[in-house]
Design a protein around this ligand. Structure first.
Ligand code: FUB
Ligand code: ZN
Length: 647
């Protein structure tokens, strides 16, 4: 194993209207709100008890453990979001609170490095006896990620040391040797966290353990079966999904289709892709690619939602993408962001960044309201509130965002994704600087040993004109690789006012520009951004005869509050002229789409349930808004896929 880290981490500050606003909402609303939630100070939300669990585990308070076995991970994700936030916006008060939480975590840690409040409080003699269900490794994974982020943001080592002690202990317990446990996590997460820890400490044991967990998974004799037997647990596991649920039904390198719990799957695929780029091992590379192709070409919603099946919060089968009963957990889409990021680390192909962009602008941020204190766990593409109320198979779908959840994995996950969004814009590899995403920001890099600053200015995602100022500390010969978004039919690039030939310099969706860059060199990009009518592959049963609207990276939906009820009675004919208008006062400033559609003429009370009388339609003005912003005015019907014709 080579163990080299190819990409060097840049420092980036996001300052554009769209993302800065989201980051500020997380900083000003979500982080304080979630801190209250973790301390059970929200009167209208379910209790969390997460901080109390740490206090009880540390022996500082009396009481019982309360919450899910993975309750600690909510604190971890909150701390990780705080870390990213502090990186760009120093906040001494918040840092003091975070330091105190870290001290508390340290006090709850056992002498040998073990850290988990559930087992420490409730079943201290049963550590590692139920890896399949009880999330010990998952919790450590999230705490490790938070510790790495906190160290990177503040330079403080305390949290990192706590988690290195925990990881050292885990590395001694798990592994291929006889005296070790040859098991692996029931919920994958620590695999990707150990790689982060390896990158920061250079300690090979962490990388090896991550690799071991992947290579061991699903092998016979099957670890979870042996473990269940030891516990005298002969109950069937997860119905018809069985061990597909946690992707241990077969060894990982045999897996070509995404199955089972989507978050577990996508976190594991993220680790596989990163191990692929670190080790250069073909088995990892091929597995990552096969799974990527399956998920993004056959099992992903237009919004970047994944996990179509509520049973097991799981992937379904190819092209099975129901719009109203889908699960599409916010965390699963967030996981897809991480996975796309690692695929880009592995190979520079714009298709990965296209998915990354699709997910960050649609199926992730739909999980939070514009004010930052209500959340969706499930992200449907079609909602009819009365149906949700009355049908058991729609019960998991909520017609409105919720204040908090008993399983509160999604809100803090979203907080860490939004605050770290700048980390997905660039990557530096060898002497090349890749720009994967366009958003207003300032970045600092070292290329060829020379500091280079990049300033991006844009009103993306509403308009696709981007100005990029390149300023090396001294003239510097390197390559800048700019992604041409997959949705763009026509792009132009000028450098210092001169047109640059895209076609001759395009590879895998990136335009490679090599030159001797000088201070204030200006690149101007223009991506043609039109309203696009999207259709599905005809194998997607739910979407045949339907069309969805997309403009740039933004997927649109129609809502009852703009278009009336019975949205299923609306059609958008192929020849309808559509226009895009920016409205500063709508939903914090969005481009909405309007055009002339058709609607089934109003039916009377006397209308028969079935009839031979031809249907009539009348013209209506349609209005579509960005999907991520749905349900921010009034609850009601919503749909992304609209009939193309009614007759
Ligand atoms: O099990 C931990 C987290 O809770 C999963 O990732 C989510 O799907 C939720 O079940
Ligand atoms: Zn979640």
């Amino acid at each position: 194993m080579k163990g080299h880290a190819k990409d060097i981490k840049p420092k980036v500050t996001v300052n554009d209207r769209f993302w800065k606003r989201k980051i500020e909402v997380v900083q000003k609303e979500v982080i304080p709100y979630q801190w209250k939630a973790l301390n059970d100070q929200l009167s209208d939300a379910k209790p969390s008890h997460a901080i109390r669990n740490f206090k009880i585990a540390a022996g500082e308070e009396e009481g019982e453990f309360y919450g899910k076995v993975f309750q600690d991970s909510d604190v971890a994700k909150w701390l990780e979001a705080v870390a990213y936030s502090l990186e760009t916006l120093p906040n001494p008060d918040l840092e003091t609170i975070a330091d105190e939480v870290i001290d508390l975590i340290g006090r709850a840690q056992q002498n040998d490095g073990y850290l988990n409040t559930y087992y420490t409080i409730k079943e201290p003699n049963k550590r590692w006896t139920n890896l399949r269900d009880n999330h010990e490794l998952y919790v450590s994974g999230h705490l490790i990620e938070a510790a790495v982020a906190y160290y990177e943001a503040t330079g403080k080592k305390k949290f990192l040391n706590i988690m290195c002690k925990n990881a050292d202990y885990i590395t001694s317990v798990f592994g291929p040797h006889k005296h070790q446990i040859q098991g692996y996590p029931g919920h994958q997460e620590i695999e990707l966290a150990l790689i982060k820890l390896y990158r920061i400490t250079n300690k090979d044991a962490y990388l090896q353990l991550s690799k071991f967990f992947i290579e061991q998974r699903g092998k016979e004799p099957h670890y979870f079966k042996l473990e269940a037997k030891k516990r005298n647990d002969d109950r069937p596991f997860r119905g018809e999904l069985k061990y597909k649920y946690n992707q241990s039904h077969t060894p990982v390198f045999n897996q070509t289709e995404a199955v089972g719990h989507a978050v577990r799957g996508v976190y594991m695929y993220t680790a596989i892709a990163e191990l692929a780029s670190i080790t250069g091992d073909n088995t990892f590379i091929e597995t990552a690619k096969k799974l990527w192709n399956n998920v993004t070409k056959k099992q992903m919603y237009l919004t970047g939602g994944i996990g179509a099946s509520p049973f097991g919060e799981a992937f379904s089968t190819d092209y099975d993408l129901p719009n109203d009963t889908c699960y599409n957990e916010t965390c699963a889409s967030i996981g897809l962001v991480f996975w796309a990021n690692r695929m880009l680390q592995m190979e520079k192909k714009a298709e990965y960044a296209d998915v990354l962009e699709r997910v960050i602008y649609n199926g992730t941020i739909s999980g939070m309201d514009l004010k930052g204190n209500k959340f969706f766990y499930v992200n449907p593409l079609e909602v009819t509130p009365e149906v949700i109320e009355n049908r058991h198979d729609h019960k998991h779908v909520k017609p409105e965002r919720q204040t908090w959840f008993k399983t509160a994995c999604c809100p803090p996950n979203l907080a860490r994704m939004v605050t770290s969004i700048g980390k997905h814009i660039y990557s530096v590899e060898d002497q090349q600087l890749f720009i994967h995403l366009y958003m207003g920001n300032e970045g600092e890099f070292i290329i060829n040993g020379t500091p280079v600053s990049i300033v991006q200015k844009t009103t993306y995602p509403w308009e696709a004109t981007v100005e990029i100022e390149v300023s090396p500390a001294q003239p510097n010969d390197f390559t800048l690789a700019l992604r041409i978004p997959g949705w763009c039919q026509h792009a132009t690039i000028t450098i210092q006012g001169e047109v640059f030939n895209i076609a001759d310099n395009l590879k895998d969706g990136y335009v490679y520009i090599r030159r001797n860059w000088k201070e204030n060199d200006l690149i101007q990009l223009h991506f043609q951004m039109e309203v696009q009518r999207i259709r599905s592959n005809p194998k997607v049963r739910e979407n045949v005869g339907k069309v969805a609207l997309q403009r740039g990276p933004i997927v649109y939906c129609i809502e009852e509050c703009d278009n009336g009820s019975d949205l299923h009675g609306i059609a958008l004919p192929s020849d309808a002229k559509l226009s895009a208008t920016y409205d500063e006062n709508l939903l914090n400033g969005v481009v909405y789409i309007s055009g002339e559609g058709k609607r089934i003429s109003e039916t009377s009370e006397k209308e028969e349930l079935y009839s031979t009388i031809p249907m009539t339609t009348n013209k209506v003005e349609l209005k579509a808004i960005p999907y991520y912003a749905w349900c921010n005015r009034k609850p009601g019907e919503m749909r992304v896929w609209i009939n193309n014709q009614l007759q």
